[in-house]
Design a protein around this ligand. Sequence first.
Ligand code: DGL
Length: 273
Amino acid sequence: MRKFTVQTSARFGNAIGVFDSGVGGLSVLRAIRAALPHEDLVYVADSGHAPYGDQTEAHITQRTLTVGRWLAEQGVKAITIACNTATVVAARSLREQTHVPVVAIEPAIKPAVALTRTGVVGVLATRQTVQSESVARLCAQYGEGKRMVLQACPGWVELVEQADLQSARTDALLRQFIEPLLAQGADTLVLGCTHYPFLISAIQSITGPEVTLIDPAEAVARELVRRLTDTLTPNASQPGSTRFFTTGDVTQVQQAVSHLWGHGAVVDALTSD
Ligand code: DGL
């Protein structure tokens, strides 16, 4: 088993751990920060091993367990999987192997089915997510009588990692996967990858305002609040801290985090030896 070394020697007892393959999980972190302003948050971008969406299930499971165990070893009081791909492949394994509560995002198929008027729902996600048994199960459970169109979107994660949220290249890559869904009558699109909410304004400019985009980040934050009711920081007067770590190239991840989260954010290296 490879071991992680944090370049700073901090431990994060009482914080909430959040991780993704990269910076996409910041879309979930921002919902958690809004819901829990006084909690300390620790975010891991596993960028040295990303993107997850095109990797094998064995790789995704191994990374989920490694990052999850590291967070548990730091003493966090909960782990949030802010990555749909890691959830559908490996959330069960992580829950079996840690004593820390695990809250995991998954594609918001149930609310999308409730909202569609045309009866056609598009699910935008990574290749591993659209092929997963979990998504097939959610579609079977909630999608009766509806048409569920599952669409893998290769290249979208990289756009967000490079903070290229509005450009001719971005528009072309988004259109490639959105226009076929619109042509099939989809009026509701599930953002089934945590990177995609950062592309919402570019996506909505292609779909127009009539199409509903669904991001379950706030539902994840609510679930975290529900699970942690007894251990939330009481009556804190100070805002909680937010720490960022990456297993990837610190300079590159720092640029993306500064762009997507804010310029005060500092990213530290999390190296494995
Ligand atoms: N952000 C991740 C998700 O929600 C996946 C990105 C990747 O392919 O690494 O699925």
